[in-house]
Design a protein around this ligand. Sequence first.
Ligand code: VIV
Length: 294
Amino acid sequence: MNGPKLNELPDDSEQLGPYVSSLRRRALQSNELSAVRTFSDDFLLKFLRARDFDVELSLKLFLNYHRWRRESPEISTCLSPSSVLDLLHTSYHAVLPQRDHTGSRVLIYRIGQWNPKDWSAFQVFRISLMTSEIIAMETETQRRGLKAIFDLQGWSLGHALQVNPSIARKISSVLSDSFPLKVRGIHLVNEPMFFRPVFAMIRPFLPDKIKQRIHMHGSDFHDTLCDFFSPHVLPPEYGGEGPGIEKACQDWTSQLFRSEKLLQQIATHPTGDIAITPGDSLISEEVDIDQLSE
Ligand code: VIV
């Protein structure tokens, strides 16, 4: 059976067993991971689905994920929504409630809401990592990946200075081969001329496959974004008919807070292998984010 067909099978399908066992064996053989010797089936499946059940490619992704975590402790060891509460309250980020027509998750980042005087690139990066860890637990997202829209309205020199070559490398690594999510599209809107030098730092490290999936829409994006997303998916601010962006951001912020315990466990676990699905008891009950303080 080939990868795409395997990708359609449910988590508990017997046909997946040999692939999971094979990846587990290969992972244990590699001497890069010494501390933890057990990996759950669900955890290994994330990497297999992200690479369409090619065990060698899945192993590479698995090892890169762990290396990235080790080399980026400023980002990976603090997955706490409370630590970036005020930034989340500015409606910086949302995962839209509707998947697109291919089943991909659709994420929006409104960079202009990030005041670079108040928040470092590390803190901003943590939000993306929190979201990525949560959506990567969804079987459907493991299969269909994600598309991200970056609204660069308000991009300034202050932002550009924060994205130094080291951060740029970390961005290109997670986009290419260090996180178990398929990146199906990156859409930049309202990008100013002086975003180019920053993009020029990230681009050289991206594989062609990802480069081809990056679309620059400029300020007339209402005419072109709809070639990729149907109206019911996008918020009205982005030319669609879905729920407004503020609401979408609030709802996703609540989801991040409901996952706070889980995120903390992922951040502190030696391998990040917290094998439960969202909705399980580990995720705390709904919290009223207005009642939380720093
Ligand atoms: O984190 O699949 C200069 C995606 C992203 C992720 C992660 C995963 C993922 C698509 C990013 C996109 C956002 C972790 C798994 C790379 C975090 C970016 C944080 C920085 C500080 C934002 C600065 C603004 C960027 C804007 C353009 C970036 C695109 C060219 C990707």
